[in-house]
Design a protein around this ligand. Sequence first.
Ligand code: PRX
Length: 660
Amino acid sequence: MDDRNGWGRNRPEPTGSPHDPPTSFVEQATVTNAADDEPLDAQFEDAWPACWERAADLLSWDEAYDTVLDDSNAPFYRWFTGGELNASYNCIDRHLEAGRKNHAAIRWEGKRGERETYTYQDLFVAVNEFAAALRELGVEADDVVTIYLPMIPELPIAMLACARIGAPHSVVFAGLSADALATRMDAADSEYLVTCDGYYRRGDAFNQKSKADNARLAVEQDVETVVVDRLGEELPHVLGDDEWDYHDLCAEFAGASVEPVSRDAEDMLFLMYTSGTTGDPKGVVHSTGGYLAQIAWTARSVLDIQPADTYWCAADIGWITGHSYIVYGPLALGTTTVMYEGTPDYPDRDRLWEIIDRNAVDIFYTAPTAVRAFMKWGTEYPDRHDLSSLRLLGSVGEPISPRPWRWYYEHIGDGECPIVDTWWQTETGAIMVSTLPGVDPMKPGAAGPPLPGIEVAVVDEDGNEVDPGKAGYLTIPRPWPAMARTLYDGDERYRAEYWDRFSDPDADDWWYFSGDTASVDDDGYVTVLGRVDDVINVASQRLSTMEIESAIAEVDGVAETAVVGRSSERRGTEIYAYVSAAGDPSDGLRERILESVADAIGPIATPEAVVFTPELPKTRSGKIMRRLLEDIANGEELGDTSALRNPEIVGEIQSERDRS
Ligand code: PRX
C-alpha cells in the first residue's frame, strides 16, 4: 500500500481471545491464510489492480476483457474494459451447464407460512418466460424497467429477466409511497413498471396497486404495467389499458427461451435510488462486470458462501443489500438463497429462528437494528430452536455496538460462528470493510480492516490523514470494481456529491468521500461513527432529513421545520422533527405532518416526535443550528449558544420537548 495514504493493514496476531476466528470455522473457510502464505492483502497490493482478476475469474465472460482498470477519465473509472458478459447467464445458466439444475436456488418463505422452492432449472424457466414477455411489451436493451414489488419470488425473477435482455432495472422499495415511486420513474424516464395487486402486512392485505396507479397518474410518460396477482380473491383488481397480468403473460410464453444478451462490462446492470444530501434521491448507476465481480468475490471471501450452503440475508431486495447479497452474489456463486417476506415477530418472535432451524441455514446476515430487537425480546425465542446449522453471522447497515455484538455472538452463534461486520454503501455496491472470517480476529464494535485490494483513509477537514484512534472523514483513495459509475441525474452531480470534497483534480488525485465519519486503530481496523451529511440511518434504512423536511414544509400551517436524528436503543436513530407553526398547532397539525411524510416517502420516514416551537434557533446569519437541535433531542448538555440570534428560544424548545 502506498505510504502517501494507506492504512497499511497490520494483521493483529491471534491472541487466544474468544474473538479469534473459531478453529472449527477456519478449518473449512473459503479464504484462509496458511502460515507460509503471503497474507492475502499483501498479495493484492503487489498486483494492484491486476489482483481484481481473481474476482473477475469467478464469472463466466462471453468476451474476455483487455484491461482490468481504465483510469484515463477519473473519477469515471472503467473496469474490465472490452469484456462482455450477461448477469442472468452468470446467475442461472452456467449452473445448469455445471449439472446443478436441481439444486435449490431460492427458498421463499411467505408471510402466511407459504413456502416455495425454485431450483436453478425452475428459475431458468421463470426468468426466460418473463424475459420473453418483457420483450413482447417492447422492452429493449437499455430501457429502464421499474420494479415495485414486495419480497415475493417474482421480484428477483423480474430483475434477472431484465438482466437477461440487457434492460437495467430500477427496484423501488415496496414500502415507499406513490409520490416516491413517481419521482423515481420520472427521473429515470422509465416506461415500464412491474408491480402487484397487494401484499400482506402482518396479517392484513395491503393495496399496492392503488399506489402504483397514483404514481402512473403523476408521471408524464405512458407506462406499460405488469401486475403480479399476489392476493387473488382477497383483493380483486381490474386491469386497465396498458396493464397485463404477470402470470397470464408468462403462460403465453411458457417454455420460451431467450438468449442472454452479451453486455459490455461497463453497461448499466441497474439503477438504485438512495437518499442524498439534498432532497432529491440519487439514482446510483451500477455496472455489469465490475459490480458482479466484486459481489461474487465478497460473497465468497467475506460471507464464505459455498454452493452447498443455505444462505439467508434477511434484508429487503428493495435496497442495495438485497440486490447484492440476496440476489446477485449468492446466485452468481450457485448457492441456495433464502427469501423471507415477513417480519421477525409475526406470528411470533421466534419466526427467524424457526426458519433457520427448518432450513438448516448455514449463514445468516442481518442488520444491527434487528439484533437489538432480538436482544430486547430475550433468549427464550432463539432457545426454542436448534440453530447449530449456523456457521457464520453477518451485520450490515449501521454500527453494531459491543453489547448487541456479544449477544449475537453468544445467543445466535453459540460462540462458534464468526461475525462479519460489513461496512459498505449503495454507492460502493459491494462490501468494502470487514474482517475475513477465516483469517482476522474480530473486534466487537469495529467493522474491521479494508478488504484486500481496498484502501480507506480517515482524514481531517483538509484531507490529511488523522492519527490512529482519532475521528475524521472516511474516504476511499483508490477505485474498486463495484463502485457506482455515475448518478443517473448526471456526471456533474456524481462528482459534486462524492469526489469534489477531498480530491485534487490538478494532480489527478481522486478520493471518494463516503459521507461517514470513522476512526482507524493501530491494527488498521475501522470503527464507523456515523454520517456527517443530512442522511440518517433509521432502523438500518437510509433516509434524508432534507427529504423529510420538504414533506413537512408542504403542509399548510407549517412555517418552518428542521429534522434531526435522535439516538435510539431500538432503531439506531429516530426521526425528530421541530416545527414552527404558522397558526395553532393543536388543530390536527401533527397528524397532517405525519400523513404528509408517509405520502411523500413512506411510513418508514414518519417522525417519532414532532416538537412545536415558536421559532427555530438560528445563527446571526440566519442558519438553523441543527447541531443544537440534535443535542436537545438527545437530552445532551448544550454547548455555547451565544452565537444564536434568539438564544431565549432554547429553553422554550426544551420544555416543549419534555411535554411532547
Ligand atoms: O453510514 C453507513 C451505514 O450505512 C450507510 C450506507 O447506507 P446504504 O447506502 O443504505 O447501504 C446500507 C447497506 C450497505 C453507510 O454510509 N453503514 C452500513 N454498513 C455499516 C454502516 N455503518 C457502520 N457499520 C457498518 N457495518
